[in-house]
Design a protein around this ligand. Structure first.
Ligand code: DGT
Ligand code: CA
Ligand code: CA
Ligand code: ZN
Length: 611
């Protein structure tokens, strides 16, 4: 569970469905924004040595707010009692939420920011730097930013501070080098919480007939630099004005008659372009990018005597297309290329040869093969998780609680798993449509052995293995460790294979080709973990795995019923990895899916056995 890498990592919840027709989505600060303010308060309180319980209260409230399917700002206005009834939100925090809902700001935060050592919160995001160290760095060395930290460490100043030393100094440098901490990009799932309500707001603007996000967001990159919003309208001025009137706009960076750029509360930048219908498709193609893809398409156009721009497809001065994105592709004799593939990574050649993959989509998904319950570190019970998965229309859900070594996650031992299996049997007897699969997320020890005995493993339907420690082994040893685990005859899935964190941790280094070849040969599936801050395998690794014959699974690793909806982010990552629905195990029916597992152990008939 996330607790062991919680610092600086944000938990993201699916945003409200886009189809929901209500103004509440745009009537106040997004849940993500309220949560962000609370997290900042928690960090600043931590820096000022506040009572740890007070710090936790803000962290917990941030999570509750973020996970709420309803708009907390609307709740604050319409039903103060419901607000106070939220878990972990008493009178005090409810008052703070009401203040944010009303003003978009929190006086306490401004107050804390004034007294905190400048720049110290940024330092908290570096693994190994806690509040005490951040304070020292800021107060004694005047370090105000990650760049400043790097300079101070390189100059050998950091080691002179009490409790630091040369080893800590070089570890800090290593962290700064291996993470993307310095690059301010937004997790896509987090940007969605700000962007999707804004799209809904713009789509409902007078005169606007369509609105959508383009850019890296539409290409489903795991992080985005900014949002690129397109609106279709003949009245640019009115659309721009509506955009600037959006209550969450904090700063206007630029404005014109058909475009504007703003910063939203929370810091995310949004570029707006307003286009008339005859240009909308061409602009959508242009602003979806990537730049490299655009250049390739434009060059193909030029070879045919065409000019392709954001305004349309032209032969001389005559417009021959641009209303619809497909017209751009048609002009250069290409079929529609899904946005996720538009990186100039071979998609144009594949399209020419009619070899584009049948990309997996959310509708194809029939079940989830990694999830946790309160038996280890989940927040909902076995029954609650199963009922939620059934309500989503799934055929199956594997509950894969942790094994003992992952102690912070409250892992189960053999007896614990056996007890859980009996409860799963009873649950399955009661459930009508869903089958709960007995599973475990088995920790792989540093030597490649597994954290659960074979007899227990043999009783499970889904044995998912993953690494949670010793991520920094040298690549050859890491490869050997993983290969050893995947060769275990009772293993089905290799979960979050690299242990990477988006924007945070590079993950284990190993020979991906070697591991994939073993997985393909052994019939072990590899996971695309859908947690927005994991997305592991990433796009390129997943694509390589597919090329090498690995079957993938997309799972949420849900620690609550809400997180079951993370599937969306995993599917998007898979699409960027060119993953064909035929190569995703959980697009299959329960029976087909289990036969994939069975191929690994043809003799085993244990699946019909009751524990
Ligand atoms: P980001 O925001 O860093 O995550 O990445 P993008 O891809 O969203 O890039 P952004 O926001 O700078 O621009 C949006 C799209 O506009 C980009 O994907 C392609 C198009 N674009 C921007 N600048 C150029 C350019 O100089 N040439 C061409 N062909 N297209 C461009
Ligand atoms: Ca962008
Ligand atoms: Ca942009
Ligand atoms: Zn795990």
């Amino acid at each position: 569970m996330p607790v062991f890498w919680a610092r600086g990592i944000v938990r993201i919840m699916p945003s409200r469905s886009r189809s929901r027709k209500s103004s509440s989505a745009t009537a106040g600060p997004a849940n993500a924004e309220i949560a962000r303010i609370f997290r900042e308060v928690a960090e600043l309180l931590e820096l000022s040595n506040a009572n740890p319980f007070r710090v936790r209260a803000y962290v917990n409230a941030a999570r509750v707010v973020e996970e709420s399917p309803q708009s907390i700002a609307s709740m604050a206005r319409e039903s103060p009692q419901a607000l106070r009834d939220l878990p972990g939100v008493g009178d005090d925090l409810a008052g703070k939420i009401e203040e944010i809902a009303r003003t978009g700001k929190l006086a306490l935060l401004a107050e804390l920011s004034r007294t905190a050592p400048a720049g110290a919160t940024e330092l908290l995001h570096v693994p190994g730097i806690g509040p005490r160290r951040a304070r020292l760095l800021s107060e004694r060395l005047g370090v105000r930013s990650l760049a400043g930290l790097e300079r101070a460490a390189r100059a050998g100043h950091v080691r002179t501070l009490p409790g630091f030393g040369a080893k800590t100094e070089s570890r800090i440098l290593a962290e700064l080098a291996t993470t993307t901490l310095t690059e301010r990009r937004w997790l896509r799932a987090r940007a969605a919480q700000y962007g999707e309500p804004l799209v809904e707001y713009m789509a409902n603007a007078p005169g606007v007939t369509r609105a959508e996000l383009a850019g890296s967001f539409r290409r489903c990159r795991e992080t985005v630099g900014d949002l690129d919003l397109l609106a279709e309208s003949r009245d640019g001025r009115a659309a721009v004005q509506h955009f600037l009137d959006y209550p969450q706009v904090q700063r206007v960076l630029a404005k014109g008659t058909t475009r504007a750029a703003v910063q939203l509360a929370g810091g995310l930048h949004v570029d707006l372009r307003v286009l008339p219908p005859e240009s909308y498709g061409a602009a959508l193609h242009y602003f979806t990018g990537s730049k490299a893809h655009n250049i390739a398409v434009r060059t193909m156009g030029r070879a045919r005597g065409l000019k392709i721009s954001e305004y349309g497809v032209f032969r001389g001065t005559r417009r021959i297309g641009g209303r619809d994105e497909r017209e751009v592709f048609r002009a250069v004799r290409l079929p529609f290329i899904p946005p996720e593939l538009r990186e100039d990574r071979g998609e144009i050649e594949a399209a020419q040869q009619k070899k584009l993959p049948h990309l997996v989509s959310l509708d194809d998904i029939r079940g989830d093969l990694q999830s946790h319950s309160t038996d280890s570190d989940g927040r909902h019970s076995l029954d609650e998780m199963a009922e939620a998965a059934e309500a989503m229309g799934y055929e199956y859900l594997a509950i894969t609680d942790h094994t003992p070594t992952v102690r912070v996650a409250g892992g189960l031992d053999r007896a614990g798993f056996l007890r859980q299996m009996r409860r799963v049997d009873r649950l399955n007897a009661r459930l009508r449509k869903l089958t709960v699969l007995k599973g475990a997320e088995v920790d792989i020890h540093a030597d490649g052995s597994l954290d659960l005995d074979d007899d227990t493993l043999a009783r499970l339907d889904v044995v998912l293995v993953s690494i949670h420690s010793a991520l920094n082994l040298p690549a050859d040893r890491q490869t050997a460790r993983i290969v050893h685990a995947l060769q275990h005859p009772l293993v089905h899935i290799f979960g979050h294979p690299t242990g990477r964190l988006v924007n945070g941790r590079r993950g284990a280094q190993f020979d991906l080709d070697a591991v994939c070849s073993v997985a393909a040969g052994e019939g072990v599936l590899m996971e695309i973990n859908a947690q927005p801050e994991r997305l592991d395998l990433d796009d390129l690794a997943a694509r390589r795995a597919q090329e090498l014959g690995v079957t993938l699974v997309i799972s949420t690793d849900a620690h609550s019923v809400e997180e079951l909806h993370f599937m969306r982010w995993g599917v998007d990552q898979a699409r960027r990895g060119w993953i064909d629905r035929a190569n995703v195990a959980n697009t299959r029916t329960l029976r087909q899916m289990l036969s994939l597992f069975g191929a690994r152990r043809p003799a085993a008939s244990r699946r019909t056995r009751r524990t």
